[in-house]
Design a protein around this ligand. Structure first.
Ligand SMILES: [Zn+2]
Length: 117
């Protein structure tokens, strides 16, 4: 069992660092199409165990779709032209959406001490 290490700039596809055009980004996405549990054919990144995409593919997708980069790649945001971190507004909206989701269980009824239920 290997320990998950944080991806470094050296792990990224050089096209991402050079500032890829939209068609190039699509090529990066397809070149780094790793099997769900295995090794990325584009960069050798070990995928699986909850991490389904390699850093290059995740960043190429984020830049292409103009979405903020995923949290696990935030430290690489400055190395990739076009990549950006989520703004506090994005995070607040995400948190509000999560808070609005119904819970798995109802909260237990409050009991007032000293009073029989
Ligand atoms: Zn890859």
């Amino acid at each position: 069992m290997s320990t998950m290490r944080a991806p470094a700039v050296a792990d990224l596809d050089p096209r991402l660092i050079a500032g890829a055009t939209l068609p190039e980004l699509l090529t990066v996405v397809t070149d780094h199409d790793a099997p769900t549990d295995g090794t990325c054919p584009g960069c050798g990144w070990r995928t699986g165990r909850g991490q389904r995409v390699c850093p290059s593919r995740a960043l190429a997708r984020a830049v292409r779709e103009r979405r903020p980069v995923p949290a696990w790649l935030l430290h690489l945001v400055d190395a990739v032209p076009g990549a950006f971190a989520p703004t506090p507004v994005d995070q607040a909206a995400e948190r509000a959406a999560q808070d609005a989701l119904p819970g798995l269980f109802d909260a237990p009824p409050r009991r007032t001490p000293g009073r029989a239920a």
